[in-house]
Design a binder for this molecule. Structure first.
Ligand code: NAD
Length: 358
């Protein structure tokens, strides 16, 4: 059978570092294994436009492997062309780049390696919160420039202690963020999610659920976004919602770029309505060179903690999602049941409750 993988190009780094498994060069470490079973394995980073390898090979591939870090966008139109497609595997977490409603309609299963990088992201979120609140990036840049003016950076540096932090989405990542924030003695930990945490889990992190989103953001000093991108979350953090944030709040988004309105966030940062914006996800990826989030700043010239999409692709995470991808393929080839938690779309229906309320 034909297995098509769209991965990112790793270049020299991937040649000298074989643990960069999620790259075109290292191919998730499954080429030999797949070929020994007689399967054809096509791996490419070429994903845009009708002449891309993605569009060329999707017509007769049975299995598609993609990664959120270099998303092959499987649109409704492309689903029409993918006549033989039976299984989409996301090497990582987050399958919004696959048109999930089309997958349901066409009977194509969509699985991800749930949990594979949730600690990696949760750690990045905590780091991003700290670097914004403590004004770390401008302080480091000052040092590289050869300058030394403590007051210039201290004037916008605070402690995380005694701040209110809230997560939009309290699933695997959101909950792990709350767990990791506990020792910082925040004033309060809040969450907004249509799925309430089990009572014991909420108690363990001392988190209070706020059911109205505007009320939720108006109580937070720091908002972190940890829900999937779907019809109900696209553009969720927009100009209107940003008005309800506390003035000078910090916003961290490692979930998906399209959850936050690009221009509204940049404008809120420029006006000081937001004191900082940080994260690693962009709409679209790779982000264009002139994407406003690359250079957006608060009125004091700081408040930008943006990086390329890598929080969930540490070397530790790559080992986990490469293994998980192999396990999903093994189950598929041998007609064995899949881990229930990995199934986003099963045969003809959503299995996950995280991609919107239906
Ligand atoms: P999860 O399924 O365990 O949890 C998602 C939670 O979001 C669920 O509790 C769900 O009820 C909630 N949710 C869904 N829609 C919501 C809405 N409208 N409002 C509030 N809450 C809502 O998923 P997870 O493992 O925690 O991952 C969450 C997302 O993080 C992924 O879908 C992906 O987009 C992103 N992610 C990013 C990276 C990265 O490298 N930056 C890596 C992994 C995951």
């Amino acid at each position: 059978m034909k297995v098509l993988a769209i991965l990112y190009k790793g270049g020299a780094a991937a040649t000298s570092e074989p643990r960069l498994l999620g790259t075109v060069e290292n191919q998730l470490g499954i080429r030999e294994w797949l070929e020994s079973q007689g399967h054809e394995y096509i791996v490419s980073d070429s994903k845009e436009g009708p002449d891309s390898d993605f569009q060329k090979h999707i017509v007769d591939a049975e299995v598609l492997i993609t990664t959120p870090f270099h998303p092959g966008y499987l649109t409704a139109d492309l689903f029409e062309k993918a006549k033989k497609l039976k299984l989409c595997v996301t090497a990582g977490v987050g399958s919004d780049h696959i048109d999930l409603n089309s997958a349901v309609k066409k009977g194509v299963q969509v699985l991800e390696v749930s949990g594979s990088n949730v600690v990696s992201v949760a750690e990045h979120v905590v780091m991003s919160i700290l670097l914004l609140v403590r004004n770390f990036v401008p302080a480091h840049e000052m040092i590289e420039r050869g300058d030394w003016q403590v007051s210039e950076v201290a004037r916008n540096a605070y402690d995380l202690e005694n701040k209110v932090v809230g997560t939009i989405g309290a699933g695997r990542i959101g909950y792990r963020v709350l767990q990791r924030l506990l020792p910082f003695d925040c004033k309060e930990l809040l969450y907004y999610d249509y799925a309430p945490l089990p009572e014991a889990a909420a108690k363990a992190v001392n988190a209070r659920r706020v059911e109205d989103l505007k009320e939720f953001v108006s109580q937070c000093d720091i908002v972190t976004v940890n829900c999937p991108l779907h019809e109900g979350t696209r553009g969720l953090v927009n100009a209107e919602l940003l008005k309800h944030f506390k003035k000078g709040a910090w916003l961290v988004n490692t979930a998906r770029g399209a959850i936050c309105d690009k221009d509204a966030v940049a404008a809120a940062l420029a006006s000081g309505q937001l004191n900082g914006y940080s994260g690693d996800v962009w709409n679209v990826q790779p982000a264009p060179k002139d994407h406003v989030w690359r250079t957006a700043k608060n009125p004091l010239g700081g408040g930008n903690g943006m990086v390329p999409h890598y929080s969930g692709t540490t070397l530790d995470a790559q080992a986990r999602y490469a293994n998980g991808t192999k396990k999903i393929l093994e189950n598929y080839f041998e007609d064995k049941a899949q881990e229930p938690g990995n199934i986003i779309v099963g045969l003809g229906k959503y299995e996950s409750k995280a991609y919107g309320q239906r």
